[in-house]
Design a protein around this ligand. Structure first.
Ligand SMILES: [Fe+2]
Length: 217
C-alpha cells in the first residue's frame, strides 16, 4: 500500500510547479536525487536499509524555497523574465518567511503533510553538521546532505571542487568572508568524513561516481 505520508515523484513535481520553482533549480534537484538514489541503492545492496521513496522526495523538494535566499532584486539572475504570477507567489512567500533560511521555510511548509520528509529537508542546511539538535543522522538525511554538496547546478562534481565553488558564491551573495572561513574550516572536514562513511559501504570511489557512471551502471 502507498505510504500517504510520502509524496510520489509525480506529486513532488506537482509541488515544485505549484511553488513556481525555477527550471534550473528543478534540474539541480533532479540531479541531486539521481546521485542520492544511486548511492542509496548501493547501500541497500550492502545490507543497509535506506528508504528510497523518502530520499527521492526529499531530494526533489529540498530546494523548494531556495529562491527566497536571494533578494528580490536578484530575481533577474534567473535569466528569464519572471511571469507576474510567479513574482506574486514568490513575494507572498518572501513576506511570510522573511529572513528564515530556505531549508527551514520548506520544513515549515511540508511538515504537516510529510513530517519525516520535511525533517530530512531541514537537515540539509550546510551548517546543520554543527547543530546538536539538527545534524543529519539517518541515511536519508546524510545522503540528501551529501548529494547536494556534490551537485553544482545540475552536474555531479568532486566534493572539494563543489564546496570551493559554493563558498565563493556564498561570500559574493551573503557577505562576510571571515565568518565563512571559520565555518567552512569546521564543516568541510565533517562532510569529507560523511563521504568516507557513505563510500566505505558502497565499495565505490567517490571520484568515479559521475552522471555517466550512474547511467552506465
Ligand atoms: Fe541543493
Amino acid at each position: 500500500m502507498k505510504d500517504c505520508s510520502l509524496p510520489t515523484r509525480k506529486e513532488c513535481l506537482a509541488i515544485l510547479a505549484e511553488y513556481h520553482v525555477p527550471p534550473h533549480i528543478v534540474s539541480h534537484s533532479k540531479a541531486v536525487a539521481k546521485l542520492a538514489v544511486f548511492l542509496a541503492q548501493r547501500l541497500n545492496e550492502n545490507g543497509e536499509a535506506v528508504d528510497v521513496t523518502l530520499l527521492e522526495g526529499a531530494c526533489l523538494l529540498h530546494d523548494l524555497l531556495r529562491v527566497h535566499d536571494f533578494k528580490e532584486s536578484d530575481y533577474n539572475r534567473f535569466e528569464r523574465n519572471l511571469p507576474e504570477e510567479e513574482r506574486a507567489k514568490w513575494q507572498q512567500i518572501r513576506a511570510k518567511y522573511k529572513a528564515i533560511p530556505h531549508e527551514l521555510a520548506a520544513h515549515d511548509i511540508l511538515k504537516d503533510k510529510y513530517p519525516v520528509l520535511a525533517l530530512t529537508i531541514k537537515r540539509h542546511r550546510y551548517m546543520a553538521l554543527l547543530d546538536e539538535k539538527d545534524r543529519p543522522e539517518t541515511w536519508e538525511e546524510k545522503l540528501l546532505y551529501y548529494a547536494d554538496k556534490r551537485v553544482m547546478h545540475d552536474k555531479i562534481m568532486p566534493l572539494k571542487e563543489r564546496l570551493a565553488e559554493g563558498h565563493k558564491r556564498n561570500v559574493l551573495l551573503h557577505g562576510s568572508a571571515a565568518q565563512s572561513k571559520t565555518n567552512t574550516a569546521k564543516v568541510d572536514p565533517l562532510i569529507e568524513e560523511m563521504e568516507k562513511e557513505i563510500f566505505e559501504k558502497t565499495g565505490l570511489d567517490p571520484l568515479e561516481v559521475t552522471a555517466e557512471f550512474i547511467d552506465s551502471y
